[in-house]
Ligand binder design. Structure first.
Ligand SMILES: [Ca+2]
Ligand SMILES: [Ca+2]
Length: 681
């Protein structure tokens, strides 16, 4: 026992010696068993080493305290004590828990943070019909150099996306719609070099550009068709060929199918001695999309233009990509009509020539190519589809794809253009039709004019032009403006209906409205150009152009308008009213738009929680800007639009009564979990 005590004392001395040498020198006399202190030992007797070696009394653990510079052997002995071990374990698990909380919080922040909007969501789209925008070589036709020359106008409109409609090489009679060469530019518009310069200039200005893709058919002049009609190699099945019966010199088509432009959609070809199918004109044969080689050709064309720097495509007439192979007759709308008298497209139901099974797979194939080119940051490639399924909103919505399989970023929305009559109610119904059918989480879009529709002013009247633009730019989603609608151009008188809305852009009051310095222009300039042109409207404070600019500024800069909630508040034969609100922001915009006659609207009774007064942020009549209106008596003149602004702690979208009247696409910018509003997304 005494020997043991001596040994213990010796250890202690050596350990103490560690104070001077930091405890790193081990004494050879130290017994191995003792230096390897084990946590099973509960401090002991070994710990009961007296500070004073002379002492013969049993030392107590209580007097022994940890001290700075303890050698590790002593440290280990202390560390085995329950109080240190437990504390250590608590600290260990606390650190683990904190790390886990940190990781979870980071994941939650990322998951709950608003997605930043894509370039195709932030800015309105400005649609240019290139032949009518600006002529630079005095031949009377607009050209690519002309678009480049006028890019400042696009920037002036606060617009960042340009959509240039077809400029492919094509026969003049097809107006770019029946393509002769998908990889070339029509000489009327310039050269590939001009195109490359234009793309560079567009991107230099921070703008984006989309173009048309017309995959359903080609011109009969396309080399593929020439090779196909001669049954050359792989081109044999590039188009849809069928035998057609011949008797007494009359051709009997394979079935009763009728083209969109009327009459049989089958055309006999003298070279191949067969009929080919065409959805549109008889010189625009449909490509055979059941042939994968054709699909590959179109994929290559998409790659070609994306490689040139195009930021996206509008894909035309996608519903026509496939036709039934069974060639069954399509059912007649009027069963009692004599089948031989059917010549108009509207006389048949198009069960076998539109929206066939497999068509969406082809569209997804296009999407896939866009995605391959979208991997670089900031280079997302947009895809819109033009389906024109106006009678069938569900079919239109199919182009959005699903949550798992994406197709178009959006199918272009032409429903506002095709409204039959104008009133507060009809506008509400048209807006609501899209919003209630659009799949959850998708992004809406709106157009009020396009190259195939009567211009706004001619369609619904000059007095409603400004309020339509106000609607367009304050609805949720991406607005599309057809060139000239920002100044209220009217249709020209033309025997050819499709020309009426394509007259030259009215830039100023000079000859040919500044469109061309040539002797003639391909279409006459509207005689109203002296009063309706960009230059003059820039100087008129309350012009359509200046209102348009104010609206695009609001659209681009005000988060509630760009990505907030929309709730329908009121509609009657005159007025359509809705709010745009953002979670986390007490500032609200309310649009009160008049599509009928002078009217007084009482919104306070409809929504008692509304404040009594609101300020007019912007009126189509600038002299009303800044005025205060009473919510019980909101007066709007015929065709007037008001953007009211007010503050509230009770936004409409939180009210029970409006749950089914509210919509939000991107629950943007506000994280309720952190009560945080992101201002820069
Ligand atoms: Ca030209
Ligand atoms: Ca087709």
């Amino acid at each position: 026992m005494a020997e043991e005590e001596t040994k213990s004392f010796s250890v202690e001395l050596n350990e103490k010696g560690g104070i001077e040498n930091n405890g790193f020198v081990q004494e050879k006399t130290v017994d191995e068993n003792e230096t390897n202190a084990s946590c099973q030992e509960e401090m002991p007797k070994t710990c009961a080493v007296g500070i004073n070696p002379e002492s013969t009394q049993e030392p107590s653990c209580e007097v022994l305290k940890p001290f700075a510079g303890m050698p590790k052997e002593v440290l280990l002995k202390f560390s085995c004590q329950a109080r240190y071990r437990v504390t250590r374990e608590i600290l260990f698990w606390l650190i683990i828990a904190s790390a886990l909380v940190l990781v979870c919080a980071t994941i939650a922040i990322i998951a709950l943070s608003p997605k930043c909007l894509g370039w195709w969501q932030i800015s309105p789209i400005y649609q240019i019909y290139p032949r009518s925008f600006k002529d630079t070589n005095m031949d009377g036709n607009g050209d690519l150099k002309g678009i480049q020359e006028k890019l400042d106008h696009v920037s002036y409109l606060n617009v960042k996306t340009i959509w240039i409609t077809s400029f492919y090489k094509s026969p003049i009679k097809d107006f770019g719609y029946g393509v002769e060469d998908f990889r070339d530019i029509d000489p009327m518009f310039g050269t590939m070099k001009d195109f490359e310069n234009l793309i560079a200039a567009i991107h230099d200005k921070g703008l984006k550009v989309i173009m048309d893709l017309i995959p359903n058919h080609t011109s009969a002049k396309h080399s593929w068709f020439q090779l196909s009609r001669n049954r050359t190699g792989k081109y044999v099945d590039y188009y849809i060929w069928h035998d057609c019966a011949q008797a007494d010199g009359t051709i009997t088509p394979p079935n009763n199918w009728v083209s969109v432009y009327g009459n049989s959609s089958w055309q006999y070809d003298d070279v191949r001695k067969q009929c080919y199918f065409h959805q549109f004109g008889n010189e625009q044969p449909d490509l055979n999309f059941r042939n994968t080689a054709v699909q590959e050709e179109i994929h290559d064309i998409i790659r070609f233009w994306l490689g040139k720097g195009i930021d996206g495509f509008s894909i035309n007439d996608v519903k026509f990509l496939l036709e039934a192979t069974n060639l069954r007759d399509e059912p007649q709308v009027n069963k009692s009509q004599n089948p031989t008298s059917i010549t108009a497209y509207s006389e048949l139901y198009h069960d076998y020539t539109s929206t066939q099974v497999g068509m969406h797979d082809i569209v997804r194939g296009f999407r896939h190519i866009m995605d391959l080119f979208s991997s670089e940051p900031g280079r997302y490639r947009f895809m819109g589809t033009e389906a024109n399924d106006l009678e069938n909103i569900e079919e239109t919505m199919m182009y959005y794809g699903t949550s798992f399989v994406r197709e178009a970023d959006f199918p272009f929305n032409f429903y506002l253009i095709n409204m039959k009559n104008l009133s507060g109610n009809s506008i509400f119904e048209t807006v609501s039709l899209w919003m209630k059918n659009m799949p959850k989480g998708k992004w809406p879009n709106w157009a009020v004019g396009d190259p195939n529709s009567v211009r706004i002013t001619s369609r619904i009247g000059k007095e409603y032009l400004n309020v339509i633009n106000m609607l367009l730019l304050t609805l949720p989603g991406t607005p599309t403006t057809y060139y000239g609608e920002e100044i209220g151009m009217e249709n020209i008188a033309s025997e050819n209906m499709t020309f009426a809305e394509k007259s030259p852009m009215q830039w100023d009051g000079s000859l040919h409205s500044g469109f061309s310095e040539g002797n003639v222009t391909w279409l006459p300039v509207n005689p109203d150009y002296q009063n309706v042109n960009v230059e003059i409207q820039r100087t008129q404070p309350n012009s359509t152009l200046n209102l348009y600019r104010e609206l695009t500024l609001l659209h681009n800069n005000e988060l509630p308008i760009q990505r907030g909630w929309m709730c329908y508040v009121w509609n009657d034969s005159n007025v359509f009213a809705y709010v745009r609100e953002l979670d986390g922001l007490d500032r609200v915009f309310m649009m009160v738009l008049n599509f009928g006659w002078e009217s007084t609207t009482d919104l306070k009774t409809v929504v008692p929680e509304l404040p009594t007064e609101a300020t007019i942020r912007l009126s189509t009549n600038f002299s009303n800007n800044g005025k205060v209106v009473n919510m019980k008596t909101i007066k709007t003149a015929k065709g007037e639009g008001l953007i009211l602004e007010y503050k509230t702690s009770q936004p409409v979208h939180t009210m029970e009564a409006f749950q089914l009247k509210c919509f939000v696409a991107e629950k943007a910018c506000y994280s309720s979990a952190f009560d945080l509003l992101y201002m820069n997304c």
